[in-house]
Design a protein around this ligand. Sequence first.
Ligand code: PLP
Length: 493
Amino acid sequence: MPQRCEQMPAVPPIAATGRTGAPRPAAGLAGAGGAGEAPRAGEAFTNETLARMSDLARKFLGIERREQVAPHLAPEDLAASLDLSLGEQGLPLDRVFALLGEVMAATPRTCTPAFFNQLYAGRDAVPTAAEMLTALMNTSMYTYRVAGPHALIEHELMRHMATKVGYAEGEGIICPGGSIANLCAMIIARNEARPGIQDEGHDGRPMVAYASEEAHYSLNKAAAMTGIGRRNLRAIPADARGRMVPDALRSAIAADRERGAEPFMIIAMAGTTVLGAFDPIDDLASIAEESGLWLHVDGALGGSFLVSERLQPLLRGSDRSNSFNWNPHKLMGVPLSCSPLLTREQGLLKKHFKEPADYLFQSDPEKFDHGTMSIQCGRRNDALKIWAAWKRHGDAGYARRVERLCDLVQYAADRVRHDPTFVLTAEPESVCLCFEVIGRQSEEICERLLLEQRAMVGHAVVRGRKVIRLACANPEVTEADVDRFFDHIRAIA
Ligand SMILES: Cc1ncc(COP(=O)(O)O)c(C=O)c1O
């Protein structure tokens, strides 16, 4: 087990070089293949490149084991410690790989058991390998012609995930992040509510969407970008655990209708960003059906709970939604980023995103030209890594993973409950635990933990109070790691 980081000796860069001194070749790797010369044009990826990569990766894993939290420097100090400038002449290969090593060594560690800062964490073997192989194949996912089996993989993956949501005839497309998936959902909902808007543009009559006050800020961006307008995205009050209050939603819809605005969309949160709370989706689905509104579920965080029988009830009613955003890069350990947007109805994605491009869409059955369903043209292959990971873990493995994360948070919550140093902000619903340290500023605690290289954790505001948010996204974190985290805070406090 890695030891306390503040006792560690300073860690040298992965491939030691001096900024001004002569580059030192990575042991046993420099030399052949023009390593000392910058290439004239392109440069082939060879077994030697692979060996250099694997050498850097091996060294990085070693650094992580020795130093769970990287030293935190001010941007100007970090910039001064690295050779970041770009110039007229290329550099020798040894030097470039040495620089890559230096950058890696200076990179905040997100894969160690001291990282609780974000809603993703850790490194799962198979999807990480698949991601590296994806770069090697350099596939664009717009057509079957160039994506081949990867187009079929995305199709199968979307089918499987849609089934988990409860969409018997659903489909989906992988977006470059949960924010874009939410944006695409709002575009579809807007277009469905206002046929013709794609050709004629927005006529100015106000359209209103509803999400809880705890919803993710990407919805504000979506409202700003779709012409809905931020002011027409209503923040509906949430209860003490962060779940939207359905009666407040009903009243808001009625009030908007009364003043002549056109409600068109409800967004239900399946796992809010700060508290990890789940809105009562079934109740919101009833309201959406009664009012004829589109229901989108933002399951960026909590979508993966659908694979667990134990946790699935938190998402009851998802099958009644129209669209669903699910980010396997959050709790499923798949490298950033991968964010399927799933729809209950087939053909909707094409209806709202297809544009003709005869120089591109020339494939066999158009069914697998996924570019016709996407907001993007060239699109990276985010399907392979999710699919490979799912092959490895199966639904059952993923159920164990997300259940483990929730158990860890409950363990952490117990520590908070039983220690008078801490105050629990809200009962945790899933993988986030918010709390305060009595008599101390949350921001200051987070900063000290980072500067002393003990842990990385973030803070947020809940009901006007700044709280520490512990996010558990790495199932390899142990109870002992959680204990160590709280011991560090007690030592600071
Ligand atoms: C609930 C929720 N929705 C959407 C997003 C946006 O996802 P992404 O960071 O992939 O854009 C996040 C990100 O944390 C989130 O927590």
